[in-house]
Design a protein around this ligand. Structure first.
Ligand SMILES: NC(=O)c1ccc[n+]([C@@H]2O[C@H](COP(=O)([O-])OP(=O)(O)OC[C@H]3O[C@@H](n4cnc5c(N)ncnc54)[C@H](OP(=O)(O)O)[C@@H]3O)[C@@H](O)[C@H]2O)c1
Length: 190
């Protein structure tokens, strides 16, 4: 998001504006991509307000503020791209917060696409992708991956390259906006 240095926190007051100022000084940008997430897993009875707010910061408030500060800096033909997730379409017990926050991204992106036109705004909704995020998220990730591969129509879990292929498509196709692209191997229908 920034020309150099670590990514700013999407949830820290002033950090998005500061990053936008930096991008403006550098002459603007073609595309902005945010993968920010703050996972809040667990049964409803266990969910804490602080974790819920962090999750909504990453997937709902953050994207809106990113759009506010960065959309004016996006070059002609450029776009904003955010990330949702399969949990919004295949809810599971313990996934209320993930469903709500990931679902928010899709909803707000279609509204942003209408308001910010002609700047394009899109979403990728990954299924289970073999990123480091799973190391701490589940007790046995290999077991999870095997189960997902056996039940997903694509008969495998996703690779980061699946996401980069989809990302390139959404960034470069000038006729796609307000879209949620599901890169889940058909996981919504598993
Ligand atoms: N992997 C999957 O199977 C899967 C499935 C469904 C949806 N997704 C979605 O796809 C996206 C990428 O997933 P991933 O597996 O690559 O997740 P990840 O490994 O946890 O990476 C998340 C990234 O978000 C950054 N981040 C977290 N909180 C932030 C904040 N407040 N401000 C700015 N950046 C922040 C992290 O930066 P630091 O490392 O500096 O903290 C990290 O680079 C996420 O939105 C996730 O919800 C992934």
């Amino acid at each position: 998001m920034t020309p150099s240095g670590p990514s700013p926190s999407i949830s820290q007051r002033g950090s998005i504006r500061a990053a936008a100022d930096q991008a403006a000084t550098a002459g603007g940008l073609d595309h902005l991509v945010s993968v920010a997430t703050a996972r809040a897993f667990g049964p409803v009875a266990s969910l804490e307000r602080r974790a819920l707010l962090a999750a909504f910061d990453a997937k709902a408030v953050g994207p809106i503020l990113l759009a506010k500060h960065f959309a004016p800096l996006i070059a002609e033909g450029g776009s904003l791209l955010f990330f949702s997730g399969l949990g919004a379409w295949r809810p599971a017990p313990g996934g209320v917060a993930m469903a709500a926050t990931n679902g928010s991204v899709t909803t707000l992106v279609s509204a942003l696409a209408v308001e910010l036109a002609p700047t394009r705004v899109n979403v990728i909704s990954p299924g289970v992708i073999t990123t480091g995020a799973w190391d701490a998220a589940v007790p046995d990730k290999q077991r999870l991956f095997q189960h997902v591969a056996a039940t997903t129509p694509a008969r495998r879990v996703g690779q980061p390259s699946d996401i980069s292929t989809a990302t390139r498509a959404l960034l470069t196709d000038p006729f796609i906006t307000g879209e949620t692209l599901h890169v889940d191997g058909g996981g919504r229908w598993a």
